[in-house]
Design a protein around this ligand. Structure first.
Ligand code: GLC
Length: 675
């Protein structure tokens, strides 16, 4: 057994993965044995603030002992014992392997999240929740039951395979026993190829599938970080697997990425906030110190400290929450979201997003490149994509958070934010003919709480392309809103996700789809779909992208066409009862994707060329296509992935924080947006 896992396993290879253990005595040995590389005199304060450093590893084998899987370039992480005076020190990757092949790894990420958490403060003061790391709680060890490799994933209660009938397409990875739980129709050759490629992109960690690599082009000798599992890229893969009745890989992914959360990473001596999820991770097989010929798998996350531009992966945590809900809805396995460590993971992400800063708006303030567009494109501030994902993640969390004394303030904060956020976006991000005309006639420099032009937008900013482009009916949410600045570009993901999550009003959602239909030649053309429209050109390109040669006009993030967006479009179309639109787009993609070797993106105004620097065999292109097909065939499953208007949210008063200075309560305004 040369690759086993962080596990307590009983003869069967990799039967269980132990994520967390509060009490070392459960396994009869002391964690302190692993602490040779770390200081033990960590103060409470330090411990509270810091998570962990290093990487997760797994290793099996015979014999008895401990191992500390710490990257020499990184520090180990620290866990608390039941006694603050003597903090227990743990290392990610510390494990004992016993002679019966049982292997135990104790992980601090989960260790600290399993200790007591306490909530302090209340919604209206700014610290609605603090999660303390404290020992002494009697928390059950968290265990993932492993499903035997090659064995069909044990269906959770209520789990339904898509349409029931199985079509074997030859599965080399053994996921779901090689079955495509597919439709009453013949699976096309293109789909068969796509499934094979998707399965070929699966990454194993300690013998279990944990994700899919971003791209697997055999001819690419410089994959950069495309050989990693990206959190956002895995979402369509996960959905394809889930819709095909395969939950194991998704569950593994969710739990392993949870382990990586709060890893302490630093860029030039500065660490990002606790709760941050990595942009990606890589499974590495490394030699074991002092054991000739033996190696082990480790998980090495990237929180942006290696990424080009050192961009912060703000969207990762949001996607993680969205995927967790999708997993629950599609498998019926409610047990996963109810776990202590999973609940804590959700809370850490929310705490990070809901922490107050200097911002005046309910939207999330981020730096450029913090989402799918992960390089300079002028989307710093409050870009729509992040807001739409934020809103979706809040809606998911509202459903998943277990309400008790320690979470009630957080839940209240989530509700408040949801209503404030939707009001803000619906009111200030929306443009259609009527609104543009209003902006055109704006007065500026209004000093009053009653100002109509609240953001002091100068009408001359309305770009000439927009005047001609905006259809009579239809509209969309602009890409970004900042003081005195509206970014009028159409960003597809944000608009689609606003439909899916009902961030837009029902009428706005309908109008967005009308606009896409009306502007089909610009937004879909030869390959669905434009990532944004229009491209930045000339001086704007020079100033905003910093003359980025990868983001030249109508290429890559700057107006390139990204087939992965097809699944989000499909979901939006199904929700708005226009599946025929999605079918049209899927048919376009199906005609070309396989022939073009599944490119990452297409270039030119109409998406006619394979992108200049586009990777081939890009996994989320493949998975996006398969997911679209599966969604169209199973609209009832699709309906579990979107949200309708929540009228309760419109009732909540966003003015709860303080009434002074407010003339009007937004509750009525929010309702009137819909009515
Ligand atoms: C590019 C994309 C990013 C994606 C990554 C891996 O950097 O901009 O969204 O996650 O490639 O595919």
């Amino acid at each position: 057994m040369n690759t086993t896992c962080i596990a307590v396993s009983n003869m069967r290879p990799c039967c269980r993965m132990l994520l967390s253990c509060k009490n070392s005595s459960i396994f009869g040995y002391s964690f302190r044995k692993c602490d040779h590389r770390m200081g033990t005199n960590l103060s409470k304060k330090q411990f509270k603030v810091y998570g962990l450093r290093g990487y997760v590893s797994c290793r099996g084998g015979k014999g008895l002992g401990y191992r500390c899987g710490i990257d020499p370039n990184r520090k180990g992480f620290f866990g608390s014992g039941s006694d603050w005076g003597q903090p227990r020190v743990l290392t990610s990757g510390c494990r004992r392997v016993d002679s019966g092949g049982r292997s135990v790894l104790v992980n601090v990420a989960s260790d600290y999240r399993n200790h007591s958490t306490s909530v302090e403060g209340h919604v209206n003061d700014k610290s609605f929740e603090r999660i303390y790391v404290r020992g002494g709680l009697n928390v059950k060890p968290l265990v993932i039951e492993r499903v035997e490799k090659g064995e069909k994933v044990r269906e959770e209660e209520g789990r339904v395979g898509v349409n029931g009938s199985n079509v074997n397409i030859g599965d080399s990875k053994g996921l779901n026993g090689g079955k495509v739980l597919s439709p009453k129709r013949e699976v096309s050759e293109v789909e068969k190829e796509a499934w094979e490629l998707l399965r070929g992109a699966v990454v194993d960690y300690c013998g279990n599938p944990v994700g899919t690599v971003a791209a697997s082009d055999p001819a690419d000798s410089t994959p950069l970080n495309y050989d990693q599992v990206f959190i956002r890229d895995f979402v369509p893969s996960a959905l394809a697997f889930l819709l095909n009745g395969e939950g194991e890989i998704v569950k593994n992914f969710l739990l392993h990425t949870l382990q990586l959360q709060s890893w302490e990473k630093t860029v030039d001596c500065h660490s990002p906030g606790q709760g941050l999820m990595p942009a990606s991770f890589k499974v590495k097989n490394v030699a074991i110190d002092g054991k000739i010929g033996e190696s082990e798998d480790i998980l090495d996350p990237d929180f942006g400290e290696s990424a080009i531009g050192r961009v912060a992966p703000v969207d990762s945590g949001l996607w993680w929450i969205i995927l967790l809900r999708a997993y629950t809805k599609l498998t019926g396995d409610y047990g996963l979201q109810a776990r202590v460590d999973v609940q804590t993971g959700i809370r850490l992400i929310l705490n990070l997003c809901l922490t107050d800063g200097f911002d005046m708006f309910p939207t999330l303030l981020v730096t450029d490149g913090s989402c799918m567009i992960d390089r300079r494109m002028g989307i710093h501030g409050h870009p729509l994509e992040i807001q739409a994902l934020f809103y979706s993640a809040l809606r998911c969390s509202r459903e998943m958070l277990i309400v008790n004394d320690s979470t009630k303030n957080l839940v209240a904060a989530v509700n408040n934010r949801l209503s404030a956020l939707s009001f803000h976006i619906r009111e200030y991000y929306w443009v259609d003919m009527k609104k543009i005309n209003e902006i055109y006639r704006y007065k500026t420099e209004e000093y009053s709480t009653d100002a109509i032009n609240k953001f002091n937008i100068y009408p001359d900013q309305i770009p000439s392309w927009l005047v001609d482009w905006m259809p009579e009916t239809g509209g969309y949410l602009i890409g970004n809103l900042q003081p005195a600045h509206m970014d009028f570009r159409f960003f597809t993901l944000g608009n689609l996700w606003s439909i899916v999550s009902s961030l837009g009003t029902p009428k706005q959602n309908e109008s967005i789809l009308n606009l896409i239909e009306d502007k089909w030649d610009d937004l879909v053309a030869h390959m669905p779909l434009k990532i944004c429209y229009p491209a930045l050109e000339y001086e704007e390109w020079r100033v905003i992208t910093g003359s980025d040669p990868k983001n030249t006009p109508w290429s890559y993030h700057n107006g390139g066409s990204w087939p992965t967006l097809l699944w989000q479009f499909t979901l939006a179309c199904i929700k708005m009862k226009k599946p025929e639109l999605a079918r049209k787009a899927v048919a376009l993609a199906e005609k070309k994707l396989s022939e073009d070797h599944w490119p990452e993106y297409y270039d030119t105004r109409r998406g006619r060329f394979i992108g200049k620097q586009s990777r081939l065999y890009q996994t989320w292109t493949i998975a996006g296509f398969l997911t679209s097909k599966l969604l169209l065939e199973n609209p009832e499953m699709a309906s579990k992935l979107f949200w309708e208007e929540d009228y309760e949210l419109l009732e909540s008063c966003v003015c709860a924080i303080g009434k002074s200075g407010r003339k009007k309560c937004s509750r009525f305004a929010a309702k009137s947006q819909v009515v």
